[in-house]
Design a binder for this molecule. Structure first.
Ligand SMILES: [Zn+2]
Length: 424
């Protein structure tokens, strides 16, 4: 998916599971444990489908077959490359790296694409290829790790049969934050089923509750242990950790029927994943606003053109602010988000610029965000607040940045976010 979201894994819409979500520390298969996994794979896959189907309450329609296969690290790398080419995501990943550099959220020499490829190939333990309707599981993992991963991937196959996942997989401009939220629903749902399958039958609701809580915490804690840039680690873990919590809360309230319903009434922002009460029916529903504006005239006159528009969302804002603030302070500053649009602009021979227009729940929320944005490692050229609205400009020296920010704010239009992902 397109996100600036840094939810980069979403950038290429992999229905993959990172190693950490297995809740047991996955290790390379020890020497001596040969072939067992491959030989037993068909059995593991059909067990996983049966288990996921029973837990999730979705049966595959008659005639709908799902295949299974193992993937080597080279296979994972190839699949990644195919997805990147299929969705124009390579350019989006590069542009996301450029945008992060303008904010100072990554080092000046940060190469988003290599960091992303490294993270993905090292972390992916399995994936579901919806075009081939095939579950792939890493061939370098021992069977006891493969089994729960297969349940996760089998759940994707069931989701796909019922909800047609392909419609969510092509990046859509302006829906970056929605797509990251939908990805969290999809991954959270699959991680929930996997987790339920891992706890012994008959365990008490209280102990299951505790186990889920620990799994969510462990996923979050894992961010610090990954040997990859924290921006990528955080966005990679987000759909699993926060999505798990989102899906679990839905299920606690209304069983899997409530999770099913979320594929119709899609979460429309990462804010709704981070704060499930803001999702429909959560008691404090808060639909996001769509923000639109064009390249400011003063910048167009200096040769700047649009490289990438992107909605940061609460997740993106938090990710940027965490680079210069304590995690709690960043979360507080990003809370109250209600909509934004960031334009990455480039001009030949000049440094990149980012112009951001955002809207917040209240004037106070906007002021908090303003104070947060003032701390970015590359300080903003200007930040202009007008009530609950806030505009900022970073990067290239464009002359009169305050005038540019004011003009962008004045020209911006605000409307409704329509999460439209029609089935073909
Ligand atoms: Zn998954």
């Amino acid at each position: 998916m397109r996100p600036f979201h840094v939810a980069t894994i979403a950038l290429i819409s992999l229905l993959a599971v990172p190693l950490g979500t297995t809740a047991c520390q996955a290790r390379e298969k020890p020497p001596g444990e040969e072939g067992g996994a491959n030989a037993d794979l068909a059995a593991v896959a059909s067990d996983a489908l049966a288990k996921a189907s029973a837990l999730r309450g979705i049966a595959l329609p008659a005639g709908h077959t799902v295949k299974s296969s193992v993937a080597s690290k080279a296979d994972v790398g190839r699949y990644l490359g195919d997805r990147l080419r299929a969705t124009d995501s390579a350019r989006l990943i590069d542009d996301t790296g450029r945008m992060l550099r303008v904010f100072g959220a990554v080092k000046p020499d940060f190469d988003m694409m290599s960091a992303f490829e490294k993270a993905a190939t090292e972390q992916i333990a399995g994936y579901y290829d919806w075009e081939k309707r095939t579950l792939f599981v890493a061939d370098w993992l021992p069977t006891f790790v493969q089994a729960p991963i297969m349940v996760h991937e089998a759940t994707h196959a069931l989701q796909d049969a019922r909800f047609h996942l392909a419609r969510f997989m092509t990046p859509k401009a302006g829906l970056e934050d929605v797509q990251a939220a939908v990805q969290a629903l999809i991954e959270g749902d699959a991680t929930l089923v996997m987790a339920e399958g891992m706890f012994p039958e008959g365990s008490s609701p209280a102990s299951r509750q505790l186990a889920f809580g620990m799994m969510e915490q462990q996923l979050e804690a894992q961010i610090a242990n990954l040997d990859i840039d924290p921006v990528i680690a955080e966005s990679m873990i987000f759909p699993y950790a926060r999505g798990l919590r989102f899906a679990r809360l839905l299920k606690d309230k209304g069983g899997y029927a409530a999770v099913d319903a979320a594929y119709k009434e899609l979460p429309r922002s990462t804010e709704q994943i981070l704060h499930p009460e803001k999702y429909k029916g959560g008691g404090a529903e808060d639909p996001p606003q769509r923000v639109d504006f064009e390249v400011p005239k003063a910048l167009a006159a200096q040769g700047f053109t649009l490289a990438m528009p992107s909605v940061l969302g609460e997740l993106g804002v938090t990710t940027i602010l965490r680079r210069s603030m304590a995690p709690e302070a960043a979360a507080t500053a990003a809370a109250g988000w209600d909509g934004d649009l960031a334009l990455l602009l480039g001009a030949p021979g000049k440094a990149d610029a980012v112009v951001l227009v955002s809207v917040w729940d209240s004037e106070e929320d906007a002021a908090e965000a303003k104070a947060g944005f003032a701390t970015t490692k590359n300080p903003p050229r200007a930040l202009v607040q007008d009530g609950a609205k806030l505009a900022g400009i970073w990067g290239a020296d464009v002359g009169d940045p305050e005038g540019v920010a004011k003009a962008a704010l004045g020209a911006a239009r605000f409307g409704e976010v329509v999460a439209d992902f029609p089935e073909k």
